[in-house]
Design a binder for this molecule. Structure first.
Ligand SMILES: [Zn+2]
Length: 182
């Protein structure tokens, strides 16, 4: 009898814990207003300016983009602005995993594409995009309006910048989100 009671209690407690731990997630198709900043390399050191973010080494950026990134950091530092590379180059595999995870989170490929593109479309995979944190540093870059070759591209991603030498003449108008760039 004691064993039966013990088993029953264990089962109930177990079920209770399972139920309690069930994570909340949006219903399929439900709009999800929280802006997600996809993080890159989990192994990267934390951003000293804000521990919620990483500070990756700029590995894998295209050569001219890497030079432009280093130059941007130097120009920012000269104005006492420090920045972290929360995400730079992503492998196609990494991008696909991010995309699949976003599809589960947002409920559809179209919704997910507003935040994460497929490997074929992503400028992170091409090695020409960076996610800059904290946002105070990102806004310094945005205010430079392309002077250093870097422009913010999406209204819903204040951290995401892309490099193009033609941006030095001024940034093109922003797109509402990444989906609009397909
Ligand atoms: Zn990005």
């Amino acid at each position: 009898m004691r064993i039966v009671v013990t088993l029953a209690v264990t089962l109930l407690v177990g079920l209770g814990v399972l139920f309690y731990m069930e994570p909340t997630r949006p219903m399929p198709g439900e709009a999800y207003v929280e802006l997600v900043n996809v993080t890159g390399d989990d192994e990267a050191p934390k951003c000293a300016l804000d521990q919620r973010y990483s500070d990756e080494a700029p590995r894998g950026l295209r050569d001219d983009v890497l030079a432009a990134w280093n130059s941007l950091k130097g120009k920012a530092a000269a104005e006492n602005v420090k920045m972290c590379l929360n995400d730079g180059k992503r492998s196609a595999w990494q991008q696909q995993a991010e995309f699949d995870s976003a599809v589960r989170r947002f409920g559809s490929a179209d919704q997910a594409s507003k935040y994460v593109l497929t490997p074929e479309a992503s400028n992170h995979v091409k090695g020409i995009a960076v996610d800059i944190q904290p946002l105070s540093a990102a806004s310094w870059v945005e205010r430079s309006n392309g002077k250093h070759g870097w422009c913010r591209r999406y209204q819903n991603e204040p951290w995401h910048f892309e490099y193009d030498p033609s941006y030095v003449g001024g940034c093109p108008s922003m797109l509402p989100n990444a989906l609009a760039s397909r």
